[in-house]
Design a protein around this ligand. Structure first.
Ligand code: 6CS
Length: 351
């Protein structure tokens, strides 16, 4: 059961049908009055009003418009089809066609994808990071192939913003992480990244996190600001540290076999929509992360001490995070080192 700002959302299906009027009517009929030729599911890991859901709803609307009502997508909020790991599995099996997936939930399936768990890898400049995510061959060719071995095709990697820490105690130095129980997504390399600081990582789905923080099952967590506020984590945490220690990357994913079996013109419509959505996704996270920082800072009912790490303080964490790259090279699949080196070169070139 997920508690979110006093709202109880059960694990039962919570969905919103996205039926654009353009090209068809509200009964889902296509422009020629018939039933849509294609009816697909698009699952997200977030709730209505949050970045992933709004991205998916807009994606569905554009695709329906382009296809003149021949494509209808049902967009699901988090929980509609299970938890984050369940959703990734359904995409792999093809029972769901489209999804937004956080690599953290595929960490036990696609070893090289744990690259996103490395702290201080991408530039602090989020716009530049998005440019790298758009253009990187390491990610869009090499890592895509790794995902395709599991029947998932990442069509785009996009940022949901820099991640920050919240805690029931101050988090300013690595010493503050000593024995600190931090909730993480289910990815072994995320664990290693936190063990490097002396913390005790605890994998947990986010639907259980509000209660977990409230009851002291875990001491803190990491997420972009918009999500911390929307999920109400700041209500049950006293401190938030602007650490920018990592970038939250999401992927727009399609089941590989399903996608490869589509007619070329339909694939083109999908690809075109993916391209258009890059800017939309970026803007959604940028606006929400800015807005919700102010909301947290001004929330008198749930006061949260917000502290921004200095560059010297960040350097202490960076020094401990860098050796985790070697761990990744040695433990995350035969191509981990090659993909990491390619990405590091691309990041260097972009900077
Ligand atoms: O922390 C999580 O698990 C969740 N965080 C975000 C930003 N989106 C969905 C994800 O499941």
């Amino acid at each position: 059961m997920l508690k979110k700002k006093g709202l109880l959302v059960s694990g039962a299906v919570s969905l919103s049908l996205v039926l654009a009027a353009c090209g068809g009517d509200n009964n889902g009929n296509s422009a020629d009055g018939g039933d849509p030729e294609y009816q697909w599911d698009f699952v997200t890991e977030e709730m209505q009003g949050e970045v992933q859901y709004e991205y998916a709803a807009e994606f569905a609307e554009r695709l329906e418009e382009k296809s003149e009502g021949n494509i209808e997508m049902t967009v699901y909020e988090y929980g509609g089809l299970g938890d984050g790991v369940d959703q990734a599995e359904q995409l792999m099996m093809g029972s769901t066609e489209f999804g937004i997936v956080s690599p953290g939930f595929t960490g036990t399936m696609v070893e090289e994808a744990q690259i996103f768990a490395l702290h201080f890898l991408f530039p602090d400049d989020i716009e530049l990071t998005q440019q790298i995510l758009n253009e990187s061959e390491a990610l869009n060719v090499e890592l895509r192939e790794k995902y395709e071995e599991h029947d998932m095709t990442p069509l785009a990697y996009w940022t949901e913003g820099a991640m920050q820490w919240t805690g029931n105690s101050e988090l300013r130095t690595p010493a503050d992480f000593e024995n600190f129980q931090i909730r993480v997504q289910n990815s072994p390399l995320i664990n290693t990244s936190y063990e490097a600081y002396g913390a005790e990582p605890t994998p947990m789905d986010w639907g259980e996190l509000y209660t977990g923080l409230d009851q002291g099952v875990v001491d803190g967590q990491e997420n972009p600001i918009f999500f911390i506020e929307n999920a109400g984590f700041h209500e049950v945490q006293d401190h938030m540290t602007i650490s920018n220690h990592n970038n939250y990357v999401a992927m727009t994913v399609v089941n590989t076999e399903f996608y490869n079996g589509l007619p070329e013109d339909v694939q083109e419509m999908i690809d075109e929509t993916v391209e258009e959505m890059r800017e939309v996704g970026y803007q959604l996270q940028d606006d929400m992360n800015e807005e919700f920082l102010t909301v947290i800072e001004e929330d008198e009912e749930n006061p949260t001490e917000v502290y921004e790490l200095s560059e010297d303080e960040r350097q202490e964490f960076r020094d401990l995070a860098l050796p985790v790259r070697d761990f990744f090279r040695e433990n995350n699949g035969e191509d981990a080192g090659r993909i990491l080196d390619m990405l590091l070169d691309e990041i260097d070139a972009a900077q």
